[in-house]
Design a protein. Structure first.
Length: 196
């Protein structure tokens, strides 16, 4: 019988969907942490730091509980892009991403009794050249607004993407295969259908 508890510290429906996809039992507890970060941090440090803040915000200090926090940002020419706040910002982000390659950084923090593991994954994503009409039409779908960089690769945003190099699931918000491997290393007992 599973005595350990797994908690996903996230309000993101995509992260929940990725854990459901591999048939893990878990609870979801969203946290609203301060997502400001120090200006001198590098993108891989930012996403790990924010992932850790999210995990710490929901951890209840129980030794058999494991909490997963995660954070995703898009980096274009050295600039860190979060979620666009309005249509104008979404337009600027998508215009900048058009006809070029950017990086998506996703950080993960796993927290349990006296232990924390943090890692980050970077994926390169190349966009097609996007016309004005295409950008406006995409903004009208409403998809850009709760997503880093203003697009969702798993949705209509798939049509903007020419190719990726790296982990598709990390772009969606959670590098699922590395996450469960790290969970296992930390002592979480995965169900039999994973790793036997
Ligand atoms: C680039 C990209 C980002 N995203 C999403 C993943 C994240 O949900 C979001 C980045 O914001 P985050 O702050 O990482 O996450 P969140 O606010 O959605 O959820 P929480 O903090 O509660 O865990 O952008 C996609 O869904 N598809 C994409 O292609």
């Amino acid at each position: 019988m599973q005595t350990q508890t797994l908690i996903l510290a996230s309000t993101s429906p995509r992260r929940k969907q990725l854990l459901e996809q591999i048939n893990l039992s878990f609870k979801v507890k969203g946290s609203h942490v301060d997502e400001q970060f120090e200006a001198n941090l590098k993108p891989d440090e930012i996403v790990q730091e924010l992932a850790e803040r999210k995990a710490r915000a929901v951890y209840n200090n129980e030794s058999d509980t494991f909490v997963i926090g995660s954070d995703t940002v898009v980096v274009q020419k050295g600039e860190v892009l979060g979620k666009p706040i309005d249509e104008d910002e979404a337009y600027l982000m998508l215009k900048n991403l058009s006809n070029g390659t950017h990086e998506v950084y996703t950080g993960v923090a796993i927290l349990t009794a006296n232990k924390i593991t943090r890692f980050s994954v970077v994926t390169k994503v190349e966009f097609w050249p996007l016309s004005e009409e295409e950008i406006y039409a995409y903004i009208q779908t409403g998809e850009p607004f709760d997503k880093a960089g203003g697009y969702g690769i798993q949705g209509i945003g798939a049509t903007l993407v020419k190719q990726i190099h790296g982990d598709y699931f990390a772009v969606m918000g959670l590098p699922i295969s590395q996450t469960i491997r790290e969970l296992r290393k930390m002592g979480y007992s995965l169900p039999h259908h994973l790793f036997g």
